[in-house]
Write a protein that binds this ligand. Structure first.
Ligand SMILES: Nc1ncnc2c1ncn2[C@@H]1O[C@H](COP(=O)(O)OP(=O)(O)OP(=O)(O)O)[C@@H](O)[C@H]1O
Ligand SMILES: [Mg+2]
Length: 303
């Protein structure tokens, strides 16, 4: 089942006489139980799309269905957890007071919400800071409180706008593990991120948004297998010309390391055979996600 589905979703902001086309004909579908990764540079339109999904902005044209309903439908609100890009938590509350407030907001029974708050605080290593004021929290701690707040009502769809932006590697790791765990429970996660490795690690489906347009969209494994590379580690006498032809680099113990593309592979291995050059190691790898992203953005300039 499709949890989020958009059709030709377009948003044009108007500032005086100026028009900014933030999103142009976005068509995507997020399946239940999957993690969707929205990649894009600053200003690509990611937050705009998210706000449209949530009904916080109105589309200029096009349609959205979220949990099978229109974004304005109030019955779906308690099934969605949202982590905004900038958190607006009230700094005068303690962690406990703030989370209790949101528990009341969602009309969760007192005992249930108190247990859940303790569970979530301890899951994120924040139980000892229960009575600390939000204003005294570090950026990472704040982000975790904002995530707990988004989770308190146990939503089946989580929309996370750059959940690990600006956090240290350990906090990033904790949040990524939490996202994986939410998927294990059968929940659906839509996340936007600048971190390519994060999207590669977590997501089943990737969309690359650039200047409001979805340049690439599909299952991660299919998208990244677009370009398969082979790595050879070779050694032997008089291999310098081969090494320089294929842009190889010196490796350990008189060996050289070379990256060979799929269509060069046959000629390359024939050349090695003819010259009696030993293959010490050989493996196939997918394109790095960073290369995929740069190539995708680069190709769009020619379109
Ligand atoms: N309220 C607004 N009024 C006018 N223009 C806006 C508004 N919000 C966003 N924009 C513009 O729309 C475009 C997309 O912005 P958006 O915030 O959706 O990008 P983003 O992909 O989330 O970027 P970032 O990675 O920096 O968060 C940008 O050009 C931005 O300047
Ligand atoms: Mg944004």
């Amino acid at each position: 089942m499709s949890i989020i589905k958009t059709k030709n979703l377009t948003k044009i902001y108007k500032k005086g006489r100026k028009k900014i086309r933030a999103l142009h004909n976005l068509n995507l579908s997020v399946d239940e139980g999957t993690i969707f990764g929205f990649l894009g540079r600053n200003g690509a339109g990611k937050t705009t799309a998210i706000k449209l999904f949530l009904g916080l902005l109105r589309p200029t044209s096009g349609n959205i269905s979220i949990l099978g309903k229109n974004p304005d439908n109030i019955d779906i609100k308690n099934q969605i957890g949202y982590l905004p890009e900038i958190s607006y938590l009230d700094k005068d509350f303690t962690a406990w007071e703030l989370l209790k407030f949101f528990g009341n907001f969602f009309k969760i029974e007192r005992k249930v919400v108190e247990e859940r708050i303790d569970d979530l605080l301890s899951q994120f290593g924040l139980l000892t800071f229960k009575d600390t004021k939000i204003g005294d929290f570090s950026k990472g701690m704040l982000q975790k409180i904002a995530i707990i707040q988004a989770l308190l009502h146990q939503p089946k769809l989580l929309i996370l706008d750059e959940p690990t932006e600006g956090l240290d590697p350990i906090s990033q790791h904790e949040i990524r593990e939490f996202v994986k765990n939410e998927k294990k429970k059968g929940n659906t996660i839509f996340l936007s991120s600048h971190y390519l490795d994060e999207v590669e690690e977590l997501c089943d489906v990737i969309g690359v948004l650039h200047k409001g347009k979805l340049l690439r969209y599909g299952e991660k494994d299919k998208l990244l297998q677009y370009k398969i590379m082979y790595t050879f580690i070779i050694k032997g006498k008089s291999i310098e010309s081969i090494v320089s032809k294929y842009n190889g680099k010196p490796f350990l113990n008189d060996c050289y390391k070379l990256h060979i593309s799929l269509n060069e592979k046959e000629n390359f291995t024939n050349l090695l055979n003819r010259n009696k050059i030993e293959i010490v190691e050989f493996y196939r790898e997918r394109e790095e996600i960073a290369d995929f992203f740069l190539r995708t953005i680069g190709e769009s300039k020619n379109e």
